[in-house]
Ligand binder design. Sequence first.
Ligand SMILES: [Zn+2]
Length: 98
Amino acid sequence: MRGLFIFFGRGVLFMKPAGVVRKVDQLGRIVLPKSLRKRYQMNEGDPVEILVQGDHIILERYRPKCVFCGNMEDVSEFKERSICGQCLVEMNHIPRHA
Ligand SMILES: [Zn+2]
């Protein structure tokens, strides 16, 4: 079976080929096949995060994470940073010195 094992932290991830080969155009773009976009629910305008692992490039649907705790639920944007509802509540309880 063709594929690739990626080791990270204490885990191992097996990645299999999607059966698609695409050429990079002169602007560095590639087109994700419609079948993959549908399967991974990627729609026009959706943000995609580019991750690297060794000499591999991995695309992932971008989901904002709280910059303080890494939580991906109930995340809002504030001044171009992401913060979760729990950290926002905790932040409101920080004593102010004024
Ligand atoms: Zn948080």
